[in-house]
Ligand binder design. Structure first.
Ligand code: GLC
Length: 488
């Protein structure tokens, strides 16, 4: 089976968010769970400015011309050397050296990602590699699927189209004109709502044979008004094509028994050693460590989606009980400001570290007793899985992947963490108080930590589900390619 996996970012080459983690792991996991040479999975990512500045070892492969009005645009393709998964880097004039992966200018991003999406299809034809599946991710690469549908090239007549949605509300607003410039017309006669007929993500969803949401709960949520970004009715009509597959975790990177960034390594059988990480970190921060005071961590993008405001107002109201809290992250300026303000108010028990610091994040997962994740929506979320693996108990909002990965039975002995239903600071406060109370019951707390550490968050499990989806799509195409294309 030949799979062409397209993404805007992929670890370890370039990463901004969770998409980069997934695109860096899933292709390898697919290769690992299949017999040698039975799957030919190739990844393509844009040759972003940051990558050009410090490129991995690459060799030039080919030039391409991408149809575009008023004139075609040139792309250069490089291939990664010595990689177990074949990976292409696609460059062109729209990838400036100093340009960020995602810019504030939506029309610029529209051009760059449409260019990239179409270049991937052009590349497959140039190297005469007929993929069985083109797998796009989020709005950035969705134009590739739509192009496959409307351009209807003989070369791709058996190619199935799979789309993963990592974050539905990012529909690709502002990219409409770019689609037209690259010869992709609005889907005027489609069942999409009129306002969505020239937006990359809705067009990709429309063109996809299978639509994957990054958790089973998110797969259901996107079919409701609260989470559907206006597409809920259309998504409901496609319910049989929607699948929820939970992301996995890179178990080699996130392992408290080998993690090179943490002061004291530990595992399920010597969990007492975890405490040393807390002591050392708190001392470094000038705080008095106390085994009876829970350390609450938040490690997150500072974005409205993440519900940080809910956490801040809950913490303000909880000065009557002992806790210490640390928040690490960067993002939206207004959220950063609110996060910094609380430190001015209660510096003795709350600290904000406003920077992107992957190494410190490892230390914090190891040091903390609880991880707070009050997201308004969370398609999957990685932080709660990392926390559980590190014996750090997650307290999260019952949405998306948080609901699917955190078990809260109301009894610590049979739970892995805490969930609250409504996106309000009151609900969060109530649950956090419950957690802090349980923290004092040492044996029950230990059991909950262990329950979390024993969960299977491996990529192998998710990769098997992806493989099933690919197989289903391929079988359908082979049985009746014409009907499939006509009915999409
Ligand atoms: C997005 C979502 C996050 C998910 C990630 C990877 O960043 O917000 O919940 O884990 O994509 O799928």
């Amino acid at each position: 089976m030949k799979i062409f996996y397209l993404a805007a970012e992929a670890e370890p080459y370039i990463k901004v968010g969770g998409l980069g983690d997934v695109a860096g792991s899933l292709p390898h996991a697919l290769q690992e769970i299949t017999a040698p040479n039975s799957i030919d999975i190739r990844v393509a990512i844009p040759f972003h400015g940051a990558l050009q500045q410090q490129p991995p070892p690459l060799k030039f492969l080919t030039n391409l011309f991408i149809p575009h009005y008023p004139q075609p645009l040139q792309a250069q393709v490089y291939e990664l050397e010595n990689s177990s998964v074949k990976t292409y880097f696609i460059n062109g004039n729209c990838f400036a050296q100093d340009a960020p992966v995602y810019s504030a200018d939506a029309s610029l991003d529209g051009i760059k990602f449409t260019f990239f999406s179409l270049a991937c299809l052009e590349l497959a034809q140039t190297i005469d590699w007929q993929p069985d599946i083109v797998h796009a991710n989020d709005w950035h690469t969705a134009p590739a699927l739509y192009a496959l549908l409307v351009q209807d090239e003989t070369f791709f007549r058996h190619t199935g189209r799979v789309l993963t949605i990592h974050n539905l509300p990012y529909l690709g607003h502002g990219a409409g004109e770019a689609l037209t410039e690259f010869g992709l017309p609005p889907a005027l006669n489609s069942p999409l709502p009129v306002w969505a007929q020239q937006l990359p993500l809705p067009l990709g969803i429309y063109a996809a044979d299978r639509i994957i949401a990054v958790s089973p709960t998110y797969a259901k949520e996107i079919q409701t008004a609260d989470f559907g970004a206006g597409l809920q009715e259309y998504l409901c009509s496609r319910r049989n094509d929607i699948v929820g597959i939970l992301n996995g975790l890179d178990l080699k990177v996130w392992d408290p028994s080998t993690d090179p960034y943490i002061a004291v390594t530990y595992d399920l059988h010597n969990l007492d050693k975890k405490e040393n990480n807390k002591k050392l970190l708190l001392k470094e921060l000038g705080w008095q460590p106390s085994p009876d005071t829970p350390l609450i961590a938040m490690i997150t993008r500072l974005d409205y989606q993440k519900g940080i405001d809910l956490a801040l107002s809950a913490l303000r109201k909880m000065k009557d009980i002992p806790w210490q809290a640390l928040i690490l992250g960067t993002g939206n300026a207004a959220v950063e400001q609110a996060v910094a303000q609380l430190q001015l108010d209660i510096p003795d028990r709350y600290k904000a570290i406003l920077r992107f610091d992957p190494h410190l994040s490892h230390r914090l997962y190891a040091a903390a007793d609880m991880l707070l994740i009050p997201s308004r929506y969370e398609p999957c979320g990685l932080a709660q899985m990392i926390a559980m693996r590190y014996g750090t108990v997650p307290v999260g909002r019952a949405t998306g992947g948080l609901r699917d990965t955190i078990q809260d039975s109301g009894n610590p002995h049979t739970s892995t963490g805490y969930l609250f239903e409504s996106a309000s600071s009151d609900a969060l406060e109530e649950t956090l108080r419950r957690a802090i109370q349980n923290f004092a019951q040492r044996r029950a707390w230990r059991k909950m930590q262990r329950n979390g550490m024993m969960q299977d968050f491996s990529w192998a499990r998710s990769a098997r589900q992806y493989l099933n989806v690919y197989q289903e799509v391929v079988e359908k195409k082979i049985l009746d390619p014409v009907v499939q294309e006509g009915s999409s």
